[in-house]
Design a protein around this ligand. Structure first.
Ligand code: SAM
Length: 305
C-alpha cells in the first residue's frame, strides 16, 4: 500500500482521510484532520512547519513512509493528541514543548496576548502580571515574551505541570517569568498584580466524564471543576481583589460554563470577549466590580469544596 503513496502531499491527504474515517476528535491545538496529518508528517520527516508548498511534491523513501504510518496508527489506535505525539504545540506564534504533564496549549487567550490585551487594558500601565493555573506555562511565557518589561508569575498546583513550564521558560528564554507552586492564591500572600490572566479548569463533572478519548491523555486536574465547572473560578473571583492593584483587571476563560456563571452572578459586570471566531467564554472584569459584588461572590465561593 505504501507504494501507492509517494509524496508528502500524498501522506497528508491519506492521513487526513484515515483520521476522518476513524472518527477522531480534533480539539487540541488543531481543529481538523488535515492540519493534524500535516503536523505528524512534518514531524516524522524532521521538517519545519513552515516549509514551502513546493516540498509537498517531494518523494519519500520507505523508511520515512513507515515512520509516518506508525505515527498515524498511534493517533488512531491510542487517540493521542497530535501535539503529544510530536512533543510540540504552537501558541501565540511561539513553539512550546507539550506532553501529558499539562494540557495541550489551545486557549483563545492567545489572541488577546497577540493584541496586547487591548482594548481591555485601555492604557493601564502593567508592571506585574499573573497567569493563574499556568499548566505548560504558555499564557505566562507568551505574555512575558510580548511584554519584556512586565514581570510575569506563572502559578500552578501541579509539580508535573510546573516542571514542563520550567522547560518552556528555558526553551523560550523567558527571563521575566517566575514559576510558583500554589493552590490558587493560597501561596501568593502579599503579591499584587496589575493584570491576572487565567485559563483554569472549568469543565463540568458530567462533561468531563463524557469527553472524547483524546482528553483522557491530559491531566484531569486541568479539566474537572465541579457540577457547573465553577468550583475554582468562584474562588478566584472571591480572592482576586486582594491580589489586584486598585485599577487592576482580571481576564478568565470559563468556556461553556459561561452560562452558569451568568446565572449565578447576574449583577456582576463581566465583559465577554469577542474573538475572530466569535465568543469563546472568556470574560474581563475590573477589580472595582469584584469589590462591589464581594458579598454575593463570597457566599457562592465559600460553598464550594
Ligand atoms: C485548563 S489547564 C490550563 C493550563 C494553561 N493555562 C493553558 O492554557 O494551557 C488548568 C491548570 O490549572 C491547574 N490547577 C488545577 N487546580 C489548581 C489549583 N487549585 N491551583 C492552581 N492550579 C491549579 C492544573 O494543574 C492545570 O495545569
Amino acid at each position: 500500500m505504501s507504494a501507492e503513496l509517494t509524496t508528502i502531499i500524498d501522506f497528508i491527504r491519506y492521513g487526513a482521510s484515515r483520521f476522518g474515517r476513524a472518527g477522531l476528535t480534533f480539539g487540541h491545538s488543531y481543529d481538523n484532520a488535515l492540519d493534524e496529518a500535516t503536523q505528524l508528517v512534518l514531524h516524522a520527516l524532521h521538517l519545519q512547519h513552515d516549509i514551502g508548498p513546493a516540498y509537498g511534491q517531494a518523494r519519500l523513501v520507505e523508511e520515512e513512509k513507515q515512520a509516518i504510518l506508525a505515527l498515524f496508527q498511534r493517533r488512531i489506535d491510542e487517540r493521542i493528541p497530535a501535539c503529544y505525539l510530536t512533543g510540540e504545540a504552537w501558541f501565540a506564534g511561539l513553539s512550546f514543548k507539550s506532553d501529558p504533564r499539562a494540557l495541550v496549549p489551545r486557549s483563545p487567550i492567545a489572541e488577546l496576548i497577540l493584541s496586547g490585551f487591548e482594548p481591555w487594558l485601555g492604557g493601564r500601565s502593567v508592571e506585574r502580571a499573573l497567569d493563574l493555573c499556568t499548566g505548560s506555562g504558555c499564557i505566562a511565557i507568551a505574555t512575558a515574551h510580548y511584554h519584556p518589561h512586565w514581570q510575569v508569575d506563572g502559578v500552578d498546583i501541579s509539580d508535573a505541570a510546573l516542571a514542563l513550564a520550567a522547560e518552556n521558560v528555558e526553551r523560550l528564554d523567558a527571563r521575566n517569568v517566575r514559576l510558583l507552586k500554589s493552590d490558587l492564591f493560597a501561596g501568593l500572600q502579599g503579591e499584587v498584580y496589575d493584570l491576572i490572566v487565567s485559563n483554569p479548569p472549568y469543565v463540568t463533572d458530567d462533561e468531563t466524564d463524557a469527553l472524547p478519548q483524546e482528553y483522557a491523555h491530559e491531566p484531569e486536574l486541568g479539566l474537572r471543576a465541579g457540577p457547573d465547572g465553577l468550583d475554582l473560578v468562584l474562588k478566584m473571583l472571591r480572592d482576586a481583589p486582594v491580589h489586584l492593584s486598585d485599577n487592576g483587571l482580571m481576564i478568565c476563560e470559563v468556556g461553556e460554563s459561561e452560562r452558569h456563571l451568568v446565572r449565578l452572578l447576574p449583577e456582576l459586570p463581566l465583559a465577554w470577549v469577542e474573538f475572530k471566531v466569535g465568543q469563546m467564554g472568556v470574560f474581563v472584569v475590573e477589580r472595582s466590580d469584584l469589590v462591589a459584588h464581594a458579598a454575593s461572590i463570597k457566599v457562592l465561593a465559600d460553598a464550594r469544596r
